[in-house]
Design a protein around this ligand. Structure first.
Ligand code: HEC
Length: 218
């Protein structure tokens, strides 16, 4: 019997909590669980706001200048001294035209291709498709991502693709990946896109001699 009373009681509390007093307008402030007199540090924490004064520092300013010798680590124009290689960081030649081929500082090996395959699968395949043919899942919902097997992409300089990955393509749903792929990863993705293209147009004659036997070729 006691259980029945208890359950009824809790149900009543639950119902009132969920539906009771709805729409009631309160004129007094709500109960303060952490009143300032009991928890002085909670509501008024000691801090400096931007561009205010501080008696603590000799120059009287709360904002502190950067220590001497700080090097910006972002990818903005200020970071240019760190980004001395325009091919690697912008996909461009010194004369600002799009560079062909891959930056000389990168080693294009199996590990690099595998990295490119992973990044491509994560970031590009939903739109451009696992085969690079533009038939990713979004194409079923009316979006038209580029098909990398079109001739114009075979001819496109690697640097131009790099530029698209970095900045996205204007007025399309092609976004910028500058915040998700560091420059070396963007190049790895391009290497993988090149491999996808090659895989479609390649013939048995392209297989190097040392792999011919394992593929059953003469
Ligand atoms: C949200 C979908 C989406 C994702 C994700 C996406 N793209 Fe795109 N991409 C597009 C669309 C849409 C276009 C524009 C097609 C057009 O111009 O007709 C495009 C165009 C391109 C182009 C061609 C630009 C040109 O010069 O015409 C390249 C290269 C490209 N994407 C590479 C990539 C790579 C590499 C990734 C992964 C890092 C990627 N895209 C991820 C949607 C996407």
């Amino acid at each position: 019997m006691r259980t029945v009373y208890l359950i009824t009681f809790f149900l009543a509390v639950l119902l009132i909590a969920a539906f009771g007093f709805r729409g009631t307008i309160f004129t007094r402030p709500p109960i303060d669980v952490f009143p300032a007199w009991a928890f002085p540090g909670m509501q008024h924490q000691a801090k400096y706001k931007a561009q205010t004064a501080s008696p603590f520092f000799a120059d009287g300013r709360a904002d502190r200048p950067l220590p001497v010798g700080v090097v910006p680590a972002d990818y903005g124009p200020l970071a240019q001294p760190l980004h001395a290689d325009p091919h690697l960081y912008d996909g461009k030649n010194p004369d600002a035209s799009f560079a062909r081929g891959f930056p000389s500082s990168l080693v294009i090996d199996e590990k690099f291709m595998e990295r490119g395959r992973q990044r491509y699968t994560i970031y590009c395949s939903p739109c451009h498709g696992g085969l690079g043919d533009g038939k990713g899942i979004v194409s079923k919902y009316g979006m038209g991502p580029a098909n990398f097997h079109e001739e114009r992409f075979h001819k496109m300089a690697e640097g131009e693709i790099f530029n698209t990955i970095t900045h996205g393509k204007l007025n399309t749903t092609m976004p910028s990946y500058a915040d998700k792929l560091v420059p070396a990863d963007r190049w790895a993705v391009i290497a993988y896109v090149r491999a996808l293209e090659r895989a479609r147009v390649g013939t048995a004659a392209d297989v190097p001699p040392e792999h011919r036997q394992e593929l059953g070729l003469k």
